[in-house]
Ligand binder design. Structure first.
Ligand SMILES: Cc1cc2nc3c(=O)[nH]c(=O)nc-3n(C[C@H](O)[C@H](O)[C@H](O)COP(=O)(O)OP(=O)(O)OC[C@H]3O[C@@H](n4cnc5c(N)ncnc54)[C@H](O)[C@@H]3O)c2cc1C
Length: 395
């Protein structure tokens, strides 16, 4: 494929969001779209994602995005084409007495939107999952339709679907800079040549601040390490899957992995303090103290997993904003759109994000009208998006 000298739209970043945006724009019959990725599709944080698809948010906008997105994951082969690896497991969010009222309010709000979710007691949790210790909480919110997807497969499928609609995808192509004059975007300079364009969408996750800084844009996004541990379940646990849990009492989350394994990670907002100033070079091995903490908490919540076997883990990056919500906005010179800062919960939202961004760029009306919710100016005005919980990543 010849490298283009001009395009109508250039999308930088081939994570799940860049790929979803490319597909959604092409579906709206935008032509001459180019997607540029410095590694391979999903080669950054997306490829290390736990890819949990829950709809439990305490803000209506994000809850609606998660609701709309889950429908796309469930009907992926029909709506997009290809596979996303959706596995239905059910999802429970466990809170202690402090958050019980907020949990009830949030479940009521989500039910109004149409999300299949219900408040259940600890006893009912025990009936669904007898392995779980339910002694330290009273209620959980249960979403039977929730599950997880395969983040690499999802992104590749969006990329392939975009290509079928005419999008040119270039991997191993690094964007050195976005070119602009005092008022508008003019193009991008890459290691393969310059592309002239009037529309650039920067979906480069933790790399976004450094890409837009030369344009005078200060973006309050920092990268932090997000660690994952894998435990093989003991033979006494016969089930192939178990529900996914966001356990606010122990500040951990768990999801089943293939091969009777369980993935465990942290939902402690302190994780944001483990900064990775250079997203291209950070410690990729799991810290020993993190592993020990996760195994201990896991064994308390699921006592039978005391006999599980630690199988290693990996470390990805979150792109954190001050309020743990992304920027989805036109920022700086006309024609520059920033889609970044998903703060560790952006995978599940990618179908809705692609839809919103395609509408933002083309002036259409997306299924989620309030893209302004994610405006850039909120940081300067200190009008942060506030969740109902203390657990920032929960949204
Ligand atoms: C360990 C972990 C667990 C997670 N678990 C969940 C979960 O359970 N559920 C959930 O919803 N979310 C989860 N997330 C968050 C979610 O995965 C991310 O929010 C989402 O994948 C971000 O996608 P993105 O496309 O915005 O960015 P990224 O995945 O960061 O992609 C950006 C891409 O841009 C490329 N790039 C950067 N600079 C340039 C350049 N100059 N030129 C060309 N290309 C460039 C990078 O190589 C990268 O591929 C998790 C994340 C991690 C790390």
């Amino acid at each position: 494929m010849t490298f283009p000298r001009a395009a109508d739209v250039v999308i930088i970043g081939g994570g799940v969001n860049g790929a979803s945006i490319a597909f959604n724009l092409a579906e709206r019959r935008v032509r001459n779209i180019v997607l540029l990725e410095k590694e391979t599709l999903a080669g950054g944080p997306t490829g290390r994602s736990s890819a949990i698809l829950r709809q439990h948010y305490s803000n209506e906008v994000t809850a609606r995005m998660a609701f709309n997105s889950l429908k796309e994951f469930q009907e992926f082969s029909h709506k997009v084409g290809g596979e996303c690896g959706y596995v239905k497991t059910g999802f429970m969010i466990i809170v202690d007495a402090r958050d019980a009222d907020r949990l009830k309010q949030n479940v009521a709000m989500q039910q109004r939107i149409g999300i299949k979710t219900q408040l259940i007691t600890a006893n009912e949790v025990k009936q669904i999952d007898p392995y779980l210790c339910t002694e330290d909480f009273l209620y959980a919110a249960y979403e039977p339709e929730a599950g997880h997807a395969d983040p690499v497969l999802t992104t590749s499928s969006y990329g392939e679907a975009a290509k079928r609609l005419g999008v040119q995808v270039f991997q191993k192509t690094f964007v050195r800079s976005v070119k602009a004059n005092s008022s508008r975007v003019l193009g991008v300079e890459t290691d393969k040549g310059t592309i002239e364009t009037q529309t650039v969408i920067a979906a480069v996750g933790p790399w976004t601040p450094m890409l837009v800084a030369p344009l005078g844009i200060s973006l309050p996004i920092h990268a932090c390490r997000a660690q994952i541990c894998i435990v093989e379940r003991p033979a006494q646990m016969k089930e192939e899957v178990h529900p996914i849990y966001a356990d606010f009492v122990s500040s951990i989350y768990l999801r089943p992995e293939e091969g009777r394994q369980t993935l465990v990670g942290s939902i402690d907002p302190k994780e944001a303090e483990d900064r990775a100033p250079n997203p291209d070079s950070y410690k990729e091995a799991v810290d020993t103290h993190f592993r020990d903490e996760m195994l201990e908490k896991l064994a308390k919540r699921v006592p039978i997993l005391k006999n599980g076997l630690y199988k290693g883990g990996w470390v990805g990056l979150y792109d954190i904003t001050p309020d743990w919500h992304p920027v989805i906005d036109q920022v700086g010179p006309e024609g520059l759109f920033i889609v970044a800062g998903f703060s560790g919960h952006g995978f599940k939202l990618a179908p809705a994000t692609g839809d919103m961004v395609a509408d933002l760029v083309t002036g259409g009306k997306s299924a989620v009208p309030d893209v302004k919710f994610f405006n850039y100016d909120r940081f300067a005005k200190k009008q942060y998006i506030r969740g109902q919980y203390e657990y920032s990543i929960a949204g």
